[in-house]
Design a protein around this ligand. Structure first.
Ligand SMILES: *Cc1c(COP(=O)(O)O)cnc(C)c1O
Length: 381
């Protein structure tokens, strides 16, 4: 399921604690700036601000511990952590693209990422999205000015997989960069850099933090791309992670393998229960139907899936959601408590969504499969 090396990285037991006086956990370097011994040393440090501690808007020792662990988990050369997942995504767009460039989005993408691309229209950066059955023809949508192919696999809400190796090869032939949002799989279940993807972004708010108590993001890539992004959109847009938030992320990361083990097993059991229930029309979980991409790209799936409920309208859909007692009605996912959210397709006809209007998404927490199944059973009656 997981690489043993990854478990040690998450726990931090392969770290060199002598760097922080043997302290069993990395200390929180709650400092905005770092003193140098001379004017010349300060001058030298400023020139290599991405590799030295000068000012915490650039680099901070606690944040750096998290960055090193995430880079190791993703098998990347370098990582920067951000104030949120969307800050990491905006740093990629703003740091690597210019007016005249085009982004191709593949798969159903996290809504605010597309809203950000829409905002970039006014800066001369355009985009196209391809999803659902159209994905097989994605190459036809690549333009001479396409500078970035951005995708999710599994995708938001429907958890469809896209062929990562095929996308990478189409992009490389044309010198186009590729970026994947790997938040859903986490680096434990999918390592896109090993498949040739150039950039990986994460919402660490979800499974990496894992306890619904901190918002953050990360970008993992090679040294060259990271340096470009560091001096342009990291330092200058300023959406940085604070040392205290990095410490909370490190604390969440320690239990990530164990949390994923339980939510993977429980979510699959619950998805199978729903799949055979007459009140459910379809379950969207990557491990429920066989798919050759699974073995190629992933070593497992987390606690997220969605289901189409046999209901006639928005009120009935909300009725089902409200009858659930153990599932919190809330946005976000990846914490220890189970959550549910409807796709909100019924109530806004001016905003047609590509999602089925009877869809609900579940994020399975640590309550236990049996307990959650009996809650679902009563809500479906
Ligand atoms: C939540 C989410 C994000 C944004 O992350 P924030 O930390 O909320 O900014 C990005 N991608 C996906 C797939 C998400 O679910």
């Amino acid at each position: 399921m997981f690489d043993e090396k990854d478990v040690l990285t998450c726990i931090g037991s392969d770290a060199d604690a002598s760097e922080y006086h043997g302290s069993i956990l990395p200390p929180i370097a709650q400092a905005s700036l770092f003193r140098k011994s001379s004017a010349k040393e300060l001058h030298e440090s400023l020139k290599r601000e991405n590799k030295d501690f000068v000012y915490s808007r650039g680099t901070n020792p606690t944040v750096k511990v998290l960055e090193e662990r995430l880079a190791a988990l993703e098998r990347g050369e370098a990582c920067k952590c951000f104030a949120s997942g969307i800050a990491a995504i905006s740093a990629v767009f703003m740091g690597l693209l210019k007016a005249g460039d085009h982004i191709l989005f593949i798969n159903n993408i996290y809504g605010p990422t597309i809203q950000l691309a829409e905002m970039l229209d006014s800066f001369g950066i355009t985009h196209t999205s391809v999803l659902g059955d159209e994905i097989t023809g994605f190459e036809d949508l690549i333009r001479p000015e396409t500078a970035l192919i951005y995708f999710e696999s599994p995708g938001t809400m429907l958890f469809d997989l896209v062929p990562i190796a095929e996308i990478v090869s189409a992009a490389r032939k044309r010198g186009i960069l590729t970026c994947i949002d790997n938040s859903v799989s986490t680096p434990l279940f999918q390592k896109p850099l090993n498949l040739g993807v150039d950039l990986v972004v994460h919402s660490c708010t979800k499974y990496i933090g894992g306890h619904s108590d901190v918002v953050g993001g990360a970008l993992i890539t090679n040294n060259d791309l990271l340096e470009r992004i560091f001096f342009r959109s990291y330092l200058l847009l300023g959406g940085i992670m604070s040392p205290h938030d990095a410490w909370l992320m490190l604390r969440g990361l320690m239990s990530l393998p164990n949390r994923l083990k339980q939510v993977q097993a429980d979510a699959l059991e619950i998805a199978k229960f729903l799949d055979s229930h007459p009140g459910i029309r379809k379950v969207h979980h990557p491990l429920i139907e066989s798919n050759p991409l699974l073995d190629e790209q992933m070593t497992g799936h987390t606690g997220l899936f969605s289901a189409e409920i046999d209901v006639k309208g928005f009120d009935e859909l909300c009725g089902f959601v409200d009858r659930l007692e153990l599932f919190g009605k809330a946005v976000s996912w990846g914490g220890v408590e189970s959550l549910v959210i409807p796709s909100f397709g019924f109530d806004d006809e001016s905003n047609p969504t590509p999602l089925p209007t009877n869809l609900v998404r579940f994020s399975i927490g640590l309550e236990g499969a049996e307990t959650l199944i009996s809650d679902l059973e009563s809500a479906l009656e």
